[in-house]
Design a protein around this ligand. Structure first.
Ligand code: ADP
Ligand code: ASP
Ligand code: MG
Length: 408
C-alpha cells in the first residue's frame, strides 16, 4: 500500500515530537507500506515569521513573504528525515518545488494546478520514506516559490495522495478527529466516526480549521478518503468520505471569528450601486463573504459585508473611495463580529431548522446581524464576544448528549 501521512504544527513542535512522528512513520513503513510524509512548520513558527515580517516592514511583500514562510516547513522536513534515518530507514526530504507541486502565481493563496511527483516516486522506488514540505509549491512560469494559504499542508497531503494514487491519506493532528464543534470552545463536543465530503467542506469553510477546505475539495474530486486522527495515540479518528452510513440532520456546529464587517452608509438605492462597490473590491482581491443590504429610506440604503480581517485594510480603503464617488454617508468597520454555522446534509429534507436556530439564539439574548444559507448550512453573524455562548447553546439544542434519534 502507498500511504500519505501529514503531521500538523503541534505534532512536530519540538525534538521529542519529531522523534515520535519518525517512530510512527517507521512503523507504517516496516509494515510493508510505501510512505510519503507531509509536514507543517513546527508549532507556531508560521505565526512568528508573519510577526517578524510585520516588525521589519509595514508594507506588503507577497513574493518575499512566501520565501520567508516556506522556510518553516523546510526546517521540519529536514529534521523529520534525520529522525527517520536514525531509526535505520532511508529517508529524503523535498521542498514543494522539488516534489513537483506546481501552482498558480498567487502568492499567499496559490492553487495547485499540477503535481509532477517524479522525484517522490524515485525516492519510493529506492525504498525510502519521502518527506515533502507542506503548504508550498512553485509557479512554473516565474520559478518563484508560493504558499497555499493558512492550513495549506492539508491540501499538499491530499493533492499528493491523489497524484500518487495513494491507498489512503492520514491527517495527524492535535485532536482525536473531527468533532461536532471545536472541542476547545465546546468541551462536550463529540468525535464523529465519519463525515461526508460535502458536510466537511461546509464545516471547513465555516471555520472548522481541523482540515483546510481546499484539501476536502481534492478528496472529493479524486475520491480520496481522508482519515483525520491524533498524532499522540493510535486510536481511530474520523473518516471523511463520499457517503456516510447515516444521514444526520445536523452534523456539527462551526464558528469563525476571523472576519470583520464593513458597512457603507447611505448609498443611493438604484441599479448599479452594488456592482460599483463589489467590482473594485474583487479587483483588489478582497474576499467578500456575506452581504446584507438594509431597508431603503428616502432612496438611500446601507450595504454591509464581511471580509477576512487580513483583507480589512484593503476593503476599507476601496469602500471609502467608492463611497466618495457615490456621495454616500461614509464607511464603518466592526471587528467584533463572529459567524456561527450549523451544517448537516439532512437539512435538505427537514423544514424549520433555521427557525429553531434563530429561536435558540434569541432565547439567549444573542442578536443576529446577518444570515446566509446553502442547502446544507445556515450561518448567522453575531457579536464576537457571544460566539462561544452561541456555539454551546446551538450544540445543546441540536446535538444533545443523548440524541432523540437514539431512542428509536
Ligand atoms: P494542525 O496544526 O495539525 O494542522 P490545526 O490547528 O490546523 O492543526 O487544526 C486542529 C485544530 O482545529 C484543533 O486543535 C481544534 O481546536 C480546531 N478545530 C476547529 N473545529 C474543529 C472541529 N470541528 N473538530 C476538531 N477540531 C476542530
Ligand atoms: N504552516 C502553515 C500554517 O501555519 C501551513 C499548515 O500548517 O498547514 O498555516
Ligand atoms: Mg491545520
Amino acid at each position: 500500500m502507498l500511504i500519505v501521512q501529514k503531521f500538523g504544527g503541534t505534532s512536530v513542535a519540538g525534538a521529542d515530537r519529531i522523534r515520535n512522528v519518525a517512530r510512527r512513520v517507521v512503523e507504517t513503513h516496516e509494515a510493508g507500506n510505501d510512505v510519503v510524509v507531509v509536514v507543517s512548520a513546527m508549532g507556531a513558527t508560521t505565526d512568528s515569521l508573519i510577526r517578524l515580517a510585520s516588525d521589519v516592514s509595514e508594507n506588503s511583500h507577497p513574493r518575499e513573504m512566501d520565501m520567508l514562510l516556506t522556510a518553516g516547513e523546510r526546517i521540519s522536513m529536514a529534521l523529520t528525515a534525520m529522525a527517520i534515518q536514525d531509526l535505520g530507514v532511508g529517508a529524503m526530504s523535498l521542498t514543494g518545488s522539488q516534489a513537483g507541486i506546481l501552482t498558480t502565481p498567487d502568492h499567499g493563496e496559490a492553487q495547485i494546478t499540477e503535481i509532477k511527483p517524479g522525484r517522490v516516486k524515485e525516492g519510493l522506488a529506492e525504498g525510502k520514506v519521502v518527506i515533502v514540505a507542506g503548504f508550498q509549491g512553485v509557479d512554473p512560469e516565474s520559478k518563484d516559490v508560493t504558499t497555499l494559504g493558512r492550513g495549506g499542508s492539508d491540501a499538499t497531503a491530499v493533492a499528493l495522495a491523489a497524484a500518487l494514487k495513494a491507498d489512503s491519506c492520514e491527517i495527524y493532528t492535535d485532536v482525536d478527529g473531527v468533532f461536532t464543534a471545536d472541542p476547545r470552545v465546546y468541551p462536550d463536543a463529540r468525535k464523529l466516526e465519519e463525515v461526508s465530503f460535502e458536510e466537511m467542506l461546509e464545516l471547513a469553510s465555516a471555520g472548522a480549521r481541523v482540515l483546510m477546505a481546499r484539501s476536502v475539495e481534492f478528496g472529493r474530486r479524486y475520491g480520496i478518503p481522508i482519515h483525520v486522527r491524533s498524532s499522540f495515540h493510535s486510536g481511530e479518528g474520523t473518516w471523511v468520505k463520499e457517503k456516510t452510513m447515516e444521514q444526520a440532520i445536523i452534523r456539527g456546529v462551526a464558528h469563525d471569528a476571523s472576519e470583520a464587517k464593513v458597512t457603507v452608509h447611505g448609498v443611493p438605492d438604484q441599479p448599479g450601486v452594488a456592482a460599483a462597490l463589489f467590482e473594485p473590491l474583487a479587483t483588489a482581491g478582497v474576499n467578500v463573504d456575506m452581504i446584507v443590504q438594509n431597508v431603503s429610506e428616502e432612496g438611500r440604503t446601507d450595504i454591509s459585508f464581511t471580509v477576512p480581517r487580513a483583507d480589512l485594510t484593503e476593503a476599507k480603503s476601496v469602500s471609502a473611495e467608492v463611497a466618495d464617488k457615490l456621495q454616500a454617508n461614509g464607511v464603518d468597520v466592526d471587528e467584533n463580529i463572529a459567524r456561527v454555522t450549523l451544517v448537516g446534509a439532512g437539512m435538505k429534507s427537514e423544514s424549520g431548522i433555521a427557525a429553531r436556530m434563530f429561536r435558540i439564539l434569541s432565547d439567549h439574548g444573542i442578536n443576529i446581524e446577518m444570515i446566509s444559507t446553502s442547502p446544507i448550512r445556515i450561518s448567522c453573524v453575531v457579536r464576537g464576544d457571544q460566539i462561544s455562548e452561541a456555539v454551546s447553546r446551538l450544540h445543546e439544542g441540536f446535538l444533545p448528549l443523548s440524541p432523540p434519534t437514539e431512542e428509536a
